[in-house]
Design a protein around this ligand. Structure first.
Ligand code: FES
Length: 108
């Protein structure tokens, strides 16, 4: 079984303000790393409704709103918070050690 891959993303997310996102392309994944008031979180960048990019969607109260039809997702859990999406989006663990930020992705 392949082990997850841990990537140091410290330089990629440096300078992100709270409520901002940075899109990373890793292997075949497109991941949005978002800074909230208590740390960094990572989600699939593609909306589960019609595969629109969530980048540029508004972020508030720990949720991101898809710019195309307005579905909202919990950034920490990927849970759907507003229709028309019904399928959660994938989340990825982000850890912080000292001043470095690490993203944990499946090794697919
Ligand atoms: S594509 Fe995101 S809500 Fe429709």
């Amino acid at each position: 079984m392949l082990q997850p891959k841990i990537i140091n993303i410290t330089s990629e997310v440096a300078g992100l303000a709270e409520g901002q996102a940075k899109v990373l392309r890793l292997n075949r994944l497109r991941i949005a790393v978002i800074k909230l008031n208590d740390g960094y979180y990572a989600i699939d960048e593609i909306c589960s409704h019609e595969e629109e990019s969530l980048a540029g969607g508004s972020i508030s109260d720990g949720q991101i709103e898809c710019p195309k039809h307005g579905a909202r997702f919990d950034i920490k859990t990927g849970e759907v918070k507003a229709f028309p999406a019904v399928i959660p989006i994938r989340t990825y663990p982000v850890t912080q050690k000292n001043d470095e930020i690490f993203l944990n992705i499946p090794n697919e």
